[in-house]
Write a protein that binds this ligand. Sequence first.
Ligand code: NDP
Length: 305
Amino acid sequence: MTTHGLLRACGLEMTPYTPHAMSDLFEFDSPPPLYAVMGNPIEHSKSPRIHELFATANNVRIDYRAIQVDPGGFAQAVHSFQAMGGRGLNVTVPFKFEARALADRRSPRVELAESANTLKMESDGIFADNTDGIGLVNDLQRNLGCSIVGRRVLLVGAGGAASGVVGPLLEQQPVRLIIANRSADRAVALAARFAAFGPVRGLGFDTLDDDDFDIIVNATSASLGGEIPALRPGVLTGTVLVYDMMYGGTATPFLQWASQHGAVRVADGLGMLVEQAAVSFEIWHGVYPATADVIATLRADLSAV
Ligand code: NDP
């Protein structure tokens, strides 16, 4: 199916974009401004639910869709969406790198992460931001009360998600940030990119010391396949929080493993998901929405499945 066909399948018809006039503010019958998340796959995305909850709570009118885009069709899909008057996009796997590339302006967070998950269509072009890292930091610090300053942090994984969070984690001034990855060379390369921003080092699982961390963040996709990164249980000793960016109706395999081996506190990535969406919402609508009730609602949704 073509991109236009996909957009039509989502109920989005192509019409020329016309700038909004002041009188639009008073046309309550006009269609609500269009937002969407694009990715592949996209059917399980929670973003429409989260943004609708934020919008309702903040009296903001939006029409937020989930659009599956074929590999190779991302740029055309974004430009079609823009031509239809689309105001903002969330971007997820596998298009975060392309989202960075096609933007006209980028936040420093995008330049550091080399990927973008939020696009804002502005009169002078497309602005890109990356809210994943600040979403993780806000979940750790605000929701879980787990300060990062002065802490020893282990980030497991060196893919797209890890790359998005290294900068914002270093901004919080941990005493050290170790990136450990199954493929050690990717961890070393990721750490080297951020060497100027704080005490960060990359290595493989086999050279990881035990008993050395306060906070462990799993940024691998291992849990998606029911697998666990091959870490020694000794790394859990002394941790105050073990966190998995993945989330679900039950504890992820990584969090089950951590609990079984003595981790005192574990948390999944549902709060990060809602917090990264909250920063996107603020970029688009100028208001940072309250997140606690939305996290609770999403948690109830997941438990009911
Ligand atoms: P990528 O495909 O870019 O990276 C995958 C990473 O996982 C690599 O470091 C890879 O190691 C590692 N990995 C995969 N399988 C295993 C395994 N069996 N054992 C050890 N390491 C493994 O994925 P992303 O970085 O985009 O996503 C990672 C996770 O983060 C996903 O689960 C995603 O859902 C989650 N996420 C959650 C968000 C949230 O808001 N909660 C936001 C963004 C992502 P190697 O380099 O050796 O292949």
